[in-house]
Design a protein around this ligand. Structure first.
Ligand code: C2E
Ligand code: MG
Ligand code: MG
Ligand code: MG
Length: 279
């Protein structure tokens, strides 16, 4: 009996794996089509000054409306795109779109604010990444002083020296860098110090439990202090209520993002979101 059960469960397991694999293959070909047929778009989430309440920046987040399946989360398709190599094209599209949008807003008379794009490790580690970004900047005529790149700790763990060189090249163009999801990766703070970064974004998992878990509160405080010691500004991710914002104010966090102020919204809705909140 034992043997039978064992074999059955293995069969079941294999079938599950198969389905997941087929789903991945299907999505991969759909991702390539999505680029071709322009199915991606960007939503923007404000970054708010903790003290003044002003919108000081935006983060661009990719959205995919699949023609048959409806909206698919980037948490689902970005890892597949990375695995299949098509992330480079997606990344280029994201940067170009964000730069174009920024140029449009400035042209319409809005005060320029910084706009951040998320960049995968695979993109950052391509030898032609800095050149590609420079090309897009030139093409879109966006002022690079307002472009920010968000990377995760783990993406700079390999080819460290090459990453630093690429980042320095981009920094010289005026572009700034954030470490995203800080606290979830492998690298230590001492290690991060080597990188030319401007902002640390404390991962949502710490922020979400900051009121209920003493340890999270301590970690958040320590991260803010440490970051400031190294001359970095701190962004808290995933702020959903007023109490959390108060805690961040008390601990001198610099900026926050989260549903408390606004979800990521299409470019066309941004003006009313910002105006509505500031009024
Ligand atoms: P991330 O860069 O850490 O982005 C933050 C995620 O948290 C976003 O999810 C955002 O919608 C969500 N979020 C913001 N505020 C709150 C809040 O108060 N509560 C909760 N529960 N969630 C909040 P999203 O847009 O689904 O993106 C997920 C991840 O996918 C991103 O995490 C990023 O790693 C990746 N991603 C998104 N867009 C891109 C892109 O253009 N390129 C690359 N390479 N990755 C991207
Ligand atoms: Mg991000
Ligand atoms: Mg994050
Ligand atoms: Mg993330």
């Amino acid at each position: 009996y034992c043997k039978m059960n064992g074999r059955n469960s293995k069969l079941f397991y294999t079938k599950k794996m198969d389905e997941a694999y087929q789903e991945t293959i299907l999505l991969e070909s759909d991702i390539r089509k999505a680029l071709k047929y322009d199915e991606f778009n960007l939503h923007y989430q404000p970054k708010i000054n903790v003290i003044t309440g002003e919108v000081t920046g935006l983060e661009a987040l990719i959205r995919w409306n699949h023609p048959k399946k409806g909206p698919i989360s980037p948490a689902t398709f970005i890892p597949i795109a990375e695995e299949m190599g098509v992330i480079t094209q997606i990344g280029e599209w994201v940067i170009r779109e964000a730069c174009q949008q920024h140029y449009t807003w400035v042209n319409q008379g809005f005060d320029p604010i910084r706009i951040a794009v998320n960049v995968s490790a695979i993109e950052l580690q391509r030898p032609d990444f800095a050149k590609k970004v420079a090309q897009i900047i030139e093409e879109t005529k966006m002022d690079p002083n307002y472009l920010e790149i968000e990377i995760t700790e783990n993406s700079v763990m390999e080819n460290t020296e090459d990453c630093i060189e690429t980042m320095n090249t981009l920094r010289q163009m005026g572009i700034s860098f954030s470490i995203d999801d800080f606290g979830t990766g492998y690298s230590s703070f001492g290690y991060l110090k080597k990188f030319p970064i401007n902002y640390l974004k404390i991962d949502q998992s710490f922020i979400r439990s900051v009121l209920t878990e003493q340890s999270s509160a301590e970690i958040v405080k320590a991260m803010i202090q440490l970051a400031h010691t190294f001359g970095l500004k701190v962004v808290a991710e995933g702020v959903e209520d007023r109490e959390v914002l108060h805690l961040l104010q008390a601990n001198r966090c610099d900026y926050y993002q989260g549903y408390y102020f606004s979800k990521p919204v299409p470019a066309s809705d941004l003006e009313s979101v910002i105006m509505g909140k500031m009024a």
